[in-house]
Design a protein around this ligand. Structure first.
Ligand code: NAI
Ligand code: MG
Length: 504
């Protein structure tokens, strides 16, 4: 078997480093690595070849209790929660620097644990995580409270206070970035955090915890409890000592967190639960080649395991054939490859379950009457890893499951429209509302369609353009609340009114 880039020095060098890699394997509670109270461990697998990367502490309710208690102690004694914002800034800036100083180590861990291309981990995931931590660090000492316009006999202050103990439950598709989206604003605002990484990708969060401590985050302020959802995740969701849950993952589990909150202490919950993002390609698309390339990267980047992946293209019938040809050509030019090869653009699915879920949807789409234009199969089976070809379905209609359900793999569905109203109706026809794009030369159409689409982000003549300055989150069942931007800070703070009588 010839692996792409096999002779390449750089790829060989990554493989050698992977062989010698040492990774953290124990939970991080109250400023130190500890075993799970039960002594249990679980295997984290590398989807690149199915090998066991590490045996990681399997935390459950007892460990979550310990972590929440440590977080609560730290919060109550003020070692972090009552420090000056400028002091928190310094520590978090150092934390961001340390993330960058460990760029290659973190990138290698992320690539091995989730199978994303090493070039993406190096260019996107690790620098992205550092950027978000840094951005919130820089912001936190530049916000002011308010004085309410009361009458002259009173003084009413409106101030922000940290929530307390924040439980962060994150998925495996962007372990570092999504963790930074949550711990950046949560720590900047003075909260203590108990983080539960996904069971598929526990390693990079443990490295982050150690780096945070090295930067000066006090003991107990950031805790990491690797483990499974129904045990560790549910214990955090139900815990009476947790004031806030921030979650990214499936809608089903997002709803479970709302129930956990209702059944326990009415903790605040913010959710980001994925999407079925449409790209609307109007007949007057400014540059069809650019649109096609944006559609391809919008669905195939990270092997389609992206919450806002552009998994539906909704195209004017008149230009469908040309667009489809171009997308298919691009899809065929990016066969899945070894994530450790710096040339690889498309890596693996995160694990065997996710691969089987995606392959299941390929069967469903065929049974529903959609046509596979390109791809459609598992590949590189001999590697032991979990690779699926970039796949394009033509002839998708709005009733089909493949048009409505999140597949979370490199699978694009193509739907057609005859007029603008139909395009908008199709865009809005799922339970999701995370993101969308519209491609047109006509600013009137762009503005009208962007207004009519029920989604947290609408791109015009681009896809996935983004930085720390803009909020990210969903309408409808894509979730509640927002990550990123200054608005994310509100998710981790309470407003307090202090009304003073000046007439005494
Ligand atoms: P999931 O929602 O089950 O897992 C996400 C996180 O929730 C993980 O940390 C997991 O341990 C935790 N969790 C799972 N069950 C839990 C429970 N009963 N109580 C508390 N916490 C729990 O997602 P999963 O199973 O990994 O992927 C399934 C599908 O979810 C994917 O195919 C995709 O469609 C969607 N998904 C969406 C993501 C997004 O970015 N919005 C990310 C990951 C998955
Ligand atoms: Mg699950």
């Amino acid at each position: 078997m010839t692996e792409p880039g096999n002779g390449d020095h750089r790829s060989q060098a990554w493989r050698e480093r992977a062989r010698d890699l040492e990774v953290p394997m124990r939970a991080w509670i109250d400023g130190r690595f500890v075993d799970a109270a039960s002594g249990k461990t679980f295997e984290t697998i590398s989807p690149r070849d199915g090998s066991v990367l590490a045996e990681v502490a399997e935390c459950d309710a007892e460990d979550v209790d310990r972590a929440v208690a440590a977080a609560r102690r730290a919060f109550e004694d003020g070692r972090w929660s009552r420090t000056a914002p400028a002091d928190r800034k310094k520590v978090l800036m150092r934390f961001a620097e340390l993330v960058l100083e460990n760029l290659e180590y973190l990138a290698l861990i992320e690539t091995l644990d989730v199978g994303k291309p090493i070039s993406d981990s190096l260019a996107v995931d690790v620098p992205g995580a550092a950027t978000y931590i840094q951005w919130y660090a820089e912001a936190i000492d530049k916000r002011y409270g308010e004085i309410a316009p009361t009458g002259p006999d009173s003084l009413a202050l409106i101030t922000r206070e940290p929530m307390g103990v924040v439980g962060a439950v994150v998925p495996w598709n962007y372990p570092l970035i999504l963790t930074a989206w949550k711990i950046g604003p949560a720590l900047a605002t003075g909260n203590s955090v108990v983080l539960k990484p996904a069971e598929q990708s526990p390693l990079s969060a443990l490295v982050l915890a150690e780096l945070a401590a090295e930067a000066g985050i006090p003991n107990g302020v950031l805790n990491v409890v690797p483990g499974f959802g129904p045990t560790a995740g549910a214990a955090l969701g139900r815990h009476p000592g947790v004031d806030k849950i921030t979650f990214t993952g499936s809608g089903e589990i997002g709803k479970a967190f709302l129930r956990y909150a209702g059944d326990s202490n009415m903790k605040h919950v913010s959710l980001e639960c994925g999407g079925k993002s449409p790209q609307l390609i109007m007949a007057d698309v400014p540059d069809i080649a650019e649109a096609a390339s944006s559609v391809a990267s919008g669905i195939f980047y990270n092997a389609g395991q992206t919450c806002h992946a552009g998994s539906r293209v909704i195209v004017d019938r008149r230009i469908k054939d040309e667009l489809l040809d171009r997308i298919s050509t691009l899809a065929q030019a990016m066969p899945p490859g070894d994530p450790l090869d710096p040339e690889t653009k498309l890596g693996t699915l995160v694990d065997e379950d996710q691969m089987n879920r995606v392959l299941g949807y390929l069967d469903i789409g065929r049974e529903e009457g959609a046509t596979v234009v390109t791809g459609g199969n598992r590949t590189r089976q001999e590697s032991g890893g979990f690779y699926v070809e970039p796949t394009v379905f033509e002839g998708v209609t709005r009733e089909m499951r493949v048009a409505n359900e999140e597949i979370f793999g490199p699978v694009l569905g193509v739907l057609e429209f005859s007029d603008e109203a139909e395009a908008v109706a199709l865009a809005n026809s799922t339970d999701y509302g995370l993101a969308a794009a519209v491609w047109t030369r006509d600013v009137g159409v762009a503005h009208r369609v962007a207004g009519a689409i029920r989604a947290g982000t609408v791109w015009v003549n681009c896809f996935d353009a983004s930085d720390a300055t803009v909020p990210f989150g969903g309408f409808k069942q894509s979730g509640t609340g927002r990550d990123k931007s200054l608005h994310a800070l509100d998710q981790y703070e309470q407003l307090k009114t202090t009304w003073m009588n000046l007439k005494v």
